[in-house]
Design a protein around this ligand. Sequence first.
Ligand code: AMP
Ligand code: ZN
Length: 122
Amino acid sequence: MSALIQDPDCLFCKIAAKQIPSGIVYEDDEVFAFHDIHPWAPVHFLLIPKMHIPSMAQVGAEHAALLGRMMALVPKLALEQGCNPYPQGGYRLLTNTGREGGQEVQHLHFHVMGGPRPWLRG
Ligand code: AMP
Ligand code: ZN
């Protein structure tokens, strides 16, 4: 397994390391997904790299393969978690970046939200 850079003070690093419990949706060597603790939609989970990347603002060409793998997981995980099939169903895929982008947790994460409407937000 590749060495993973983690921040000991980061909530999502601790969740990925299972030091803090979460509702696990998916895990492999590099990627972790878990249910959002305050869901906005019937299906709402977060997809994160295990490696500590603070936000999309720090993403570069060296992360292209990792992010590509994460994006390729989204359709499968969304359906497994109960999102309805495209095009009548579907989901939102969202990443907040920085204070003006509404980011609260400083570890890169993609929100996947779906299921029958109405949703709490969005
Ligand atoms: P963002 O505003 O994009 O940084 O979103 C952070 C998300 O993390 C919010 O939707 C929170 O509900 C969620 N969150 C915060 N703490 C936890 C936790 N311990 N387990 C699961 N989700 C969490
Ligand atoms: Zn982290």
